[in-house]
Design a protein around this ligand. Sequence first.
Ligand SMILES: Nc1ncnc2c1ncn2[C@@H]1O[C@H](COP(=O)(O)OP(=O)(O)O)[C@@H](O)[C@H]1O
Ligand SMILES: [Mg+2]
Length: 393
Amino acid sequence: MATEPPPQASSGSENVIVVRGLTKVFKDFWNRPQSYAVNNVDFDVRRGEVFGLLGPNGSGKTTTIKLLLGLLYPTRGHLELFGRSPRHVATKERIGYLPEESYLYRYLNARETLSFFGNLFRLNRIERRKRSEQLLEMVGLKNVVNRPVGEYSKGMQRRIGLAQALINDPDLIILDEPTAGLDPIGCREIKDLILALARRGKTVVLSSHLLADVEDVCDRVLIYYGGRRQAQGSLKELLAETQRTRIVSPALSDAAKTKVRELLKSEVGEAEVRIDNPTQNLENYFLNVVEQARKANQATSGALAGNQVAAYLRGEAEEDASPDRKLERLTRPQAPSEPPDEPTTTPAPPVDERTLERLTQTETIESAPVPAPEPEDPEESERLLSSLVSKKK
Ligand SMILES: Nc1ncnc2c1ncn2[C@@H]1O[C@H](COP(=O)(O)OP(=O)(O)O)[C@@H](O)[C@H]1O
Ligand SMILES: [Mg+2]
């Protein structure tokens, strides 16, 4: 299969992630090598690209992500994020992470959840509130903010998980199966958000076994099977069928079709020439049908459609809510010469190891009773605490 030439050993300045010879062997109880979850893998992720880890279940995607986050130690190999070890605090504070399973404090509501994570990054109260409101709007949870997240559907939990991953305005966003459990509308929204974030200069690494998702958003992919790299490259290179040519035009009359067919036959001999109508994909067709129903004002009690990227993630202070402006923001490609966005938020101070461990821990609060950090607002602290403690069985 097509494979990119092996990347250079030194990390280029544009590389956010550099991985060389990465290997993770899980041992059994007797310390004997049990399985090669990741086996001698090399790849680079460049700044501002969407990079996909693609593979069937059990092929090593989540293990790779945990290695990137410093949650697992590699058995062998070299890993670098922003030119540093994944375990460096300065690395961790630039990363947002959506785990494969949502590990949320089930008795907190959406607003409290985001406030809690904002607290871990030591955002001040005003900043926490501002970001939380923008994120809730962005992921379409504005109408359910007061419900405990434990009552959320899987799709809604994915949405709050994504909001939580963005609270620290990360440069690198790592998403493990971001569209798992989402309906087609939710999938499309998450994909649009990923693309919009990439246009704002964020780097995104995502894993998926859903081929359509990867195809729609990723610039480059790495295909895993059995922990080994099977193929890697840009989707355009990997999927191009260089032996065939496609010409697309407005609908042709029968007479014009015959003429074209004759012309092509004279060029390519008796080789197969096919003229038909292109079909749209089922996702687009389905979304159109739902959009029509929505316009007819049919009621739903689920999540609302999400909104554009939160203003603080775009580096904008004020909301301009006009639909045209929203669309323009979502679809505007970032000009290469555009100066970097003015940060309007106070950069978060360094986060200590313990705080990040809590943020990336893979256990629910019931099984991992870590004390919450002290919020500055005593009232809010009280509320958070009582919602955590009093409703517990
Ligand atoms: N903690 C673990 N202990 C032992 N084996 C593991 C552990 N985590 C993952 N594995 C094994 O590593 C392989 C890759 O798993 P994973 O990275 O979760 O796959 P994917 O995310 O692609 O579905 C699987 O065979 C899985 O059983
Ligand atoms: Mg996985």
